[in-house]
Structure formats: structure tokens, C-alpha cells
Design a protein around this ligand. Sequence first.
Ligand code: ASP
Length: 356
Amino acid sequence: MLKRKTILLTLFFVALCYAANACHVLPKQKAQTNIMTDKPYPITLVIHGGAGTILKQNMTDSLEQQYRQALEQALLAGYAVLQNGGTSLNAVQAAIVFMEDSPLFNAGKGAVLTNEGTVELDAAVMDGKTGSAGAVAGIKTVKNPILAARKVMENSPHVMMTGTGADAFAKEQGLEIVDPAYFITDYRLRALQKILEQEKTDTTGYRIELSESGKEKYGTVGAIALDQYGNLAAGTSTGGMTNKRYGRIGDSPIIGAGTFARNSTCAVSATGHGEFFIRNVVAYDVSALMEYLHLPVQEAAKRVIFDKLLPQGGFGGLIALDQQGNFTMPFNSEGMYRGYMNAKTAKPQVFIFKDE
Ligand code: ASP
């Protein structure tokens, strides 16, 4: 009788541990102390929801509120993971999944449309501790592309998968598959219509991007995090740019361009006109300036965004975070949806415009 009771109790305990672990509430490792400062690592989450011509006068109060709320909720979702002893990778993932599910951002549901009126999604994730990375590009049926990027990183020997192959892999991995119509919103249909109209009279070749208001807006989403074990992670997810065609891929899923993480330097996620970010290897450049010139993260990011990209006409911004919890959110466009949460802030801090 006693033996049966012991077995039942043991089974109950094992099940409890398993459930807790599956929900990421049990830390798999112990919190670490930063040997440089002799203090615990300050858990931090920083996110962006895209940069571009985001001006107060072009936005209704209600839309502004919706954006602020969505950014706050994404921060809360990701920060809860860190607070409960979860990893930076899981925090990044939770914040991005929230923004992919929101129709407000150019990622997952609500992504911009290609020239054919379809949605082709790109995403990447990188682990600053191990240097492993995963990315998907041009996928059409995976509800949350960031989860597909994570599966590539963890369950395949590759870094990047594209198109139908990547969709098939994600399905095999058990990720949620949706009808491509799920991603399409009226707002993005109107934006495509507008640019197609403009194209008829434009002789300079095909153009990409231009929001409904006729101004560039890049609504890509990204998150970077530092967990209590001192590990950095970065992730980015996007629909790319309106009216893209011929299988165009931007910087977001390209490791080193739109996404990068290395514990010894920083975690970076970028948003902006992807072609410029690819040519300038932006995310890696921030890390390299820190590694080779020993610049602080703020200075390294500022140099890339203002001294390198701006003179070339490369508009956009990025978020970057180091292992001490120092972070920066520079952009050379009119605005950038952005925010952060750390131990010093009781509430999520979110910003949209330049003068905030
Ligand atoms: N960087 C993305 C791309 O070029 C667009 C964006 O940031 O919204 O695909």
C-alpha cells in the first residue's frame, strides 16, 4: 500500500515538473553573475515594430493607441518569460509571435503584399550564446514564421530554408499551417493597389514599398533580449516590402544583415530598406565595431545608422543590446515603433515618434 502511494506521488511530481518545464517556468540553469560587474545579469527585452515615415499628423489617436497597446502587450509577453527564469530565445519568440498575430505589423497576419497580391514571409533567429541561427524566407503558409526559423535552427543542420521547401519543413515539424488568405488585410490590399497605380506612370522600373499614405513605412517586427544567465538572443520577422517580386528577399532573414546575436558583443534586429541593410551588413557591423574598436553599443549602432546608412539614402533603424543590459534604438527615418522593459521599469516603455 505504502509502495503504491510512493509510486503515485513520484509520478505526480514528475508530471508536475514536466508541465512546469513545458511552460518555461522552471529555469533549466541557475541565474548567473556577470564576472565583469559581479552583479546578476539585468534581464532586458527590447522590441521594434518597424521604422519609416511615421508622423503624428498622419495618424489618428485611435490608431496610435492601438500601436502603443500592441507594443506594450508584446513586451509583457516576452518579459514574463525572462522574469520566470526563461531564456532570451524564448522571450524573443514570445514577443515576436504576439506581433506576428497582430494585424498592425508587417509580419505574419497583416504582412505587406507582393506584386501578385500574395504574402511571402521572412524570419530569422539567433542565439548569442552558441552562435547558432535559423532563418526562413519566402514562406507562404506558416502562421508564425519566427517559430519556423527556430525549428530550422534547432532541428535541422541548416541555417536558412526558402519557399515551398521551408513551408514543407515547418509542416513536418508540426507548426500551425494556415490558408495564405489568413495573412491578407484590406489595408495592405489598398497599399498595393496604390503602388500599382503609381507604377503605371513611373518609367523608372518597378518600385517597392509605399504605404497607403504614399510614404515609406517598414513595419517589420524584431526583438532582442538578455536573460538572467547572461545570454543574448535576436529575432526578426517580416513580410518584406510592398510590391516585391521575383522572389525578392530583404535583410531580415539574413544573418548579419537584419539579425545578429553574440554574447561577447550584442544582439541586433533591424528594420528599414533591406537592400541597404544587406549591402552594409548592418547587424554584424554593429557587433564588429564593438568587437574591434571596443565601441559601446550606443556608439556602434549610431555610427552605422547615421554615418553609414544615411548618406547612402538607406532609411531605417535598429535595436541593439549588450550583455550588461545597455541598449539603444536609433533610427534615421521619421519614426520607429519601439519599446523596452527591464528591471528599472515597472511598466513597458513604448515610443513611436522621433521626439519621444
Ligand atoms: N527590412 C525589411 C525588408 O527590407 C522591411 C522592413 O523593415 O519593414 O524586407
